[in-house]
Design a protein around this ligand. Structure first.
Ligand code: NAP
Length: 349
């Protein structure tokens, strides 16, 4: 697909997710980063003068960008949001009202009835809510969200199994430190330790997954009936959320059919060859000790979700382990894929 590079901006450009946007936009074939914004703490400073937390260097093209005030109506029409939820709650609607298309990572508006909670492989049809949202809210712009980082990995696994009618799922997460933002969890809390609660996270997984897998029409989204029970923990891993999942189906399903559904899972991003689309959105790893965050989190540039250890569950029907990159497929990479789908579907024209 031949398109001119479109100028985009990043709200919340200085956190770990904002920095992932900067890194991933540097060589993007369709989008060009021309504007960055953060809080008053960072305003007026060059990106090169602020702390950079990623392993790869700050891209040369971004070094001289100056952090701008987060003023609705300033900056490009398309803005990616890596704002914390409290700030996003008011700032994202203000940007949408001022005509911006806000492609957000924040949780604040994910469950709003007319806001798409998009996983392009699973529910590209939910983008039909955008004009409804604009009409209902009186906005020239719009908000489109991606899920919580743990939700997206579970949703992709359950989405691949949707034909078998999953009706119950239990999930326990082991979530990386980078998921808590920067500076995040105190070292004295996390080193040599497991923290058995992440505030608000379990409810997000339980509710967001049902919306993502739900049916959409012009009146909104009817949640998928699957009932989910989540336990979320923080562990001393830098990047990559691991999830232990058990699932029950409406009818008995042989494990080899579950495996085949995982292996053959594909969606609209793959059909459209979107730039950030992984060739294989789900990768099944046969070795009994995989997936592991340190070895597998970077598969397909962080955009694939790895699954392993598929076996019968004596309580529900099947169980397996899922792993995904929380700041890539769980955040910036997911939002970029959303924007690519919107551009390909002419929603950014
Ligand atoms: P973070 O470290 O808290 O960064 C927040 C960003 O928002 C910073 O750039 C901050 O700027 C800016 N900001 C704060 N207050 C502001 C204000 N009043 N006006 C304008 N900008 C303001 O967060 P993060 O971990 O990068 O995550 C970003 C968002 O993505 C969050 O909503 C998070 O829940 C979500 N998310 C994160 C992950 C993950 O794995 N980390 C995964 C999925 C989704 P300053 O630096 O100047 O303070």
């Amino acid at each position: 697909m031949m398109t001119p590079r479109i100028e985009v901006g990043v709200l919340g450009a200085t956190g770990p997710v904002g920095q992932q946007f900067i890194a991933r936009l540097a060589a993007h074939p369709w989008f060009r980063l021309g504007w960055v914004s953060a809080s008053q703490r960072s305003e007026g400073r060059h990106l090169a003068d602020l702390a950079w937390q990623l392993a790869q260097p700050l891209p040369d093209a971004a070094r001289d960008l100056v952090v701008q005030p987060a003023t609705p109506g300033s900056g490009p029409r398309i803005v990616f949001s890596a704002l914390d939820a409290a700030t996003a709650a008011t700032l994202e609607p203000a940007f949408a009202a001022a005509g911006h298309i806000v492609i957000s990572n924040a949780s604040s508006h994910r469950l709003d009835p007319f806001v798409p909670l998009l996983v392009p492989e699973l529910n590209p049809d939910h983008l039909s809510l955008v004009p409804v949202q604009q009409r209902e809210c009186g906005w020239r712009g719009a908000i489109v969200t991606n899920p919580n980082c743990s939700t997206v990995f579970l949703a992709m696994a359950l989405g691949a199994l949707r034909a078998f009618e999953p009706c119950k799922a239990l999930v326990t997460t082991l979530q990386a430190i980078s998921g808590a933002g920067y500076p995040g969890v105190a070292s004295l809390d996390i080193v040599g330790n497991v923290i058995p609660r992440i505030a608000g996270e379990e409810e997000k997984i339980e509710r967001e997954t049902r919306k993502i897998l739900g049916r959409c029409d012009e009146t909104g989204i009817a949640d998928h009936p699957v009932v989910i029970s989540a336990t979320t923990t923080r562990v001393q891993v830098v990047d990559g959320h691991t999830e232990s999942v058990s699932v029950a189906f409406e009818r008995p399903v042989p494990l080899d059919e579950v495996r085949h559904a995982i292996d053959s899972f594909s969606g609209r991003p793959q059909a459209l060859h979107l730039p950030s689309a992984p060739a294989h959105p789900l990768i099944y790893l046969d070795h009994p000790d995989r997936p592991q965050p340190r070895l597998d989190v970077g598969r397909e540039d962080g955009m694939a979700v790895c699954i392993g250890r598929l076996r019968a569950c004596p309580v529900l029907d099947a169980k397996f382990v899922v792993l995904g990159h929380n700041t890539v497929r769980g955040a910036a990479g997911a939002a970029l894929l959303n924007a690519e789908l919107m551009l390909a579907e002419h929603l950014l024209d």
